[in-house]
Design a protein around this ligand. Structure first.
Ligand code: GDP
Length: 451
């Protein structure tokens, strides 16, 4: 069987690329062009026709890749045609009428690449991440993963475990003979180190935030200027600004990029006591949201309009939402008067601004940028990006910890070895070194057609 698909986005465009992969590629190209297939990897201008009626459809570049030197390791071709809807439809229709050809499933080219050993599963996932990347940091991370950095890290761990296991098994085998003792102990030392390394990798949240965005919640009493601040940061009217207290009843979310990192900025409902049921629900959500955010902007304001009680209760809530190390305290409405920095705020965590005049805003944005970069930007080490990886690594750690515990309590070494084998298997599932077939559907679920 040979598969084909439009690999460029559907619709009007300068060029459209149709890809083919499989053993009938060569014959198909010859049928379409009426000429011998071009030299491998040499772009050649050809007229493409409907072989049944000989009717020319378009002229374009034809590229042929000979197996195994292609993305999928099979014979492949690319037809670079003009990106007109009628042209693309026509060529696809012609292909559908040829024997031994069928349309590709989503992600099928990459799936073939995995099955034929061209790349591991983490690299295939990175191909999807590359296509989905919207910020520079996401794209950099995806590229590194696509080049194999994450796969190598995991394969490295699996090999270390394999070597520990081999030593342990030797130990078990020669237990009766009078071999110098302590080999088992050395192995357990290595396993402990590895377990620590994997645990640290699981705790490192950078990969996840890079994929999903850093959450920044704006919290504070009603009317302090939270919506105004959000609008200023986003540069457009994303939240409705109003002089009446408690207008932002629900949560307004906007996405933007700061420090090359995707950020979800959430303006939470004004935090205050009392109010009706809807308002209380807003406050409840605001608090929950705030407690889950990566960074909180605690906003207060110099404002004679806001009732003193509300400011007071707002601050009580702000305390409830817990001022954390990565948080920033923002005193808004600087144009109306100066605010004292509260005593419990760490150095560099206090900014006086005016969302109205823009005073102090560039300093605040700079601080926010730096904080995001520092805490959520690209690390030198490849980062954990997917829940699928996290689950496997957690299972590996559980097995390793159980093994270490058994070893510590003088249990049978065979059981310890079994735990190491289990952990190896879990790590192998991430790259596809183990169980690749059963994982393909999970990995390729979100792929687009033609990739
Ligand atoms: P929120 O309830 O905290 O979201 O507050 P809003 O953003 O709706 O702002 C409440 C009122 O304060 C509006 O009338 C804004 O125009 C006004 N406001 C916001 N920021 C400033 C500021 O920096 N200076 C002054 N003078 N007024 C501001």
């Amino acid at each position: 069987m040979t598969i084909y698909a439009l690999s460029t986005p559907p619709g009007r465009g300068a060029i459209a690329i149709i890809r083919l992969s499989g053993s009938h590629t060569l014959k198909t190209v010859e049928k379409l062009t009426g000429k011998p297939v071009p030299e491998p990897r040499q772009a050649t201008l050809r007229v493409l026709s409907d072989p049944k009626v000989g009717d020319p459809i378009d002229s374009g570049l034809v590229l042929f890749f000979q197996a195994p030197h292609s993305y999928t390791s099979e014979d492949m071709a690319e037809l670079h045609i003009h990106g007109g809807v009628a042209i693309v439809d026509r060529i696809l229709e012609v292909l559908s009428g040829l024997e031994d050809l069928r349309p590709a499933e989503p992600g099928e080219f990459t799936r073939l690449a995995v099955l034929n050993g061209r790349m591991d599963l983490t690299q295939a996932e990175a191909v999807a991440d590359m296509i989905d990347a919207e910020t520079m940091a996401q794209q950099k991370q995806a590229f590194r993963q696509m080049q194999g950095a994450l796969g190598e890290l995991y394969e490295g761990w699996r090999k270390k475990l394999a070597s520990s296991l081999a030593h342990l098994e030797a130990d078990i085998e020669f237990a009766d003979e009078d071999l110098p003792g302590g080999i088992g102990q050395a192995v357990l030392g290595e396993v402990t180190l590895l377990n620590d390394e994997i645990s640290a990798h699981i705790r490192d949240d950078r990969g996840r935030t890079l994929r999903h965005g850093v959450e920044v919640a704006i919290i504070g009493a009603p009317n302090v200027g939270k919506s105004s601040l959000l609008n200023y940061l986003v540069g457009r009217e994303a939240a409705i600004v109003s002089a009446r207290a408690g207008t932002t009843r629900d949560i307004v979310e906007v996405s933007l990029t700061l420090g090359g990192v995707p950020v979800v900025l959430a303006d939470t409902a004004g935090i205050r006591e009392a109010g009706d049921e809807i308002e209380r629900e807003g406050v409840r959500r605001a608090l929950k949201r705030a407690s889950e955010a990566d960074i909180r902007l605690h906003v207060t304001a110099f404002d004679t309009m806001v009732h003193a009680d509300e400011i007071h209760s707002g601050e009580a809530h702000a305390e409830e939402a817990n001022f954390q190390e990565s948080d920033i305290y923002v005193a808004n409405k600087q144009d109306l008067g100066a605010t004292q920095c509260p005593p419990n705020i760490p150095d560099g965590g206090f900014y006086e601004v005016s969302a109205e005049t823009g005073a102090g805003m560039s300093d605040l944005i700079e601080a926010l940028n730096a904080r995001i970069k520092e805490n959520f930007g690209l690390a030198e080490r490849p980062a954990l990006t997917r829940t699928r990886h996290r689950i496997a690594l957690q299972a590996a750690c559980v097995a390793l910890e159980r093994g270490l515990e058994r070893a510590g309590s003088d249990m049978e070494l065979e059981l310890v070895a079994e735990d190491l084998r289990l952990a190896m298997r879990e790590i192998g599932r991430i790259t596809g070194a183990v169980d690749v077939e059963s994982l393909l559907d999970i990995v390729f679920r979100d792929f687009c057609i033609g990739k």
